[in-house]
Design a protein around this ligand. Structure first.
Ligand SMILES: CC(C)(COP(=O)(O)OP(=O)(O)OC[C@H]1O[C@@H](n2cnc3c(N)ncnc32)[C@H](O)[C@@H]1OP(=O)(O)O)[C@@H](O)C(=O)NCCC(=O)NCCS
Length: 216
C-alpha cells in the first residue's frame, strides 16, 4: 500500500496546472481525509533528522508510521492531497485547534512528496487547507510556526497569503537548545479578499473530515 506507479510518477503536470486547480473530474487535485494507510507513504518522505526537525520539531527521529498516525490530535483534522479518486497521497497537512480560542486554528506538518516539490503543489495544498478552515469550518484566523531558514516553506506560505506576525522561542524533544521560530498568520477576511483564480474557487470542501480520535 502507498507506493506509486511509474505512470503516476511520470505523469506530467505544470506549476500553472497545479496553481489553477489542475484538471477536473477524475484527475482533479483535492484534499481527502487522512487515513492510517497513508502513513507508511508519508513516513518515507522524511529522510534526515534535519528534515524532520523542520517538519515536526516535537517528533524525535526517526519518523515512523506510528509517529505519523500520532500527529493527529483530539479535535484536529488531517488531510492528504490526492489526484483523482482513491490515489496515494501527494501531500499531507493538519488543521488543529488552538487551546484558548475556538475561532483560531494552526496548520501542522505540511509536507509534499519530495520528488514533486517546487511545482506549486505545496501552495495548492496550503490554499486548500485554508479554504477548508475558513470556508467550511468558518474559523477567523489560521497560524503556524516555522524555522526561519526553511525558505521553501516560507515562500509557499507567503504565496498562500500568510504574513509573519511575530517570533517564538521553543525547546524541543527534551533538548537544551532554544530555537527561534517565525509565527505566520492569515485572517479569514484576508483570505476572502484574495483572488485565487477559478481552480481554487471551485475547490470542493472535504465532505467528512476524518478524525480517528473521538472528542472527549
Ligand atoms: C514546504 C513544502 C510543503 C513546499 O512544497 P512545494 O510543493 O515545493 O511548494 P511550492 O512549489 O508551491 O513552492 C515552493 C517555493 O519554494 C521555493 N523554493 C524551492 N526550493 C527553494 C530553496 N532551496 N530556497 C529558496 N526557495 C526555494 C520555490 O521557488 C517556491 O517559491 P515560489 O512559488 O515563490 O517560486 C515542501 O518544500 C516540503 O514538503 N518541505 C518539507 C517539509 C517542511 O519543511 N514543511 C514545512 C513545515 S513548517
Amino acid at each position: 500500500m502507498g507506493s506509486f506507479s511509474q505512470s503516476s510518477i511520470r505523469e506530467p503536470h505544470t506549476k500553472h496546472d497545479v496553481l489553477n486547480g489542475g484538471t477536473h473530474g477524475d484527475d482533479e487535485w483535492r484534499l481527502a481525509p487522512f487515513q492510517s494507510w497513508h502513513a507508511p507513504t508519508i513516513s518515507r518522505w522524511v529522510s534526515t533528522p534535519q528534515q524532520l526537525q523542520w517538519l515536526a520539531p516535537s517528533t524525535p527521529p526517526p519518523l515512523t508510521v506510528e509517529k505519523v498516525v500520532g500527529w493527529l490530535k483530539p479535535r484536529g483534522a488531517a488531510f492528504v492531497l490526492v489526484k483523482g479518486g482513491e490515489s496515494p497521497p501527494w501531500g499531507y497537512g493538519e488543521i488543529n485547534p488552538m487551546r484558548a480560542d475556538a475561532g483560531h486554528v494552526w496548520l501542522g506538518h505540511v509536507i509534499v512528496r519530495p520528488d514533486q516539490r517546487g511545482r506549486g503543489l505545496g501552495s495548492f495544498l496550503v490554499r486548500a487547507l485554508l479554504t477548508e478552515a475558513f470556508e467550511r469550518r468558518n474559523v477567523k484566523r489560521v497560524a503556524l510556526i516555522l524555522f526561519p531558514d526553511n525558505l521553501p516553506a516560507l515562500r509557499c506560505y507567503w504565496r498562500a497569503g500568510f504574513r509573519v506576525s511575530g517570533e517564538e522561542h521553543h525547546m524541543f524533544c527534551g533538548g537544551k537548545t532554544t530555537h527561534r521560530l517565525l509565527r505566520l498568520e492569515i485572517e479569514q477576511s484576508t483570505h476572502r479578499r484574495r483572488n485565487w483564480g477559478s481552480g481554487t474557487r471551485d475547490l470542493e470542501p472535504v465532505a467528512k473530515p476524518f478524525n480517528p480520535i473521538p472528542d472527549p
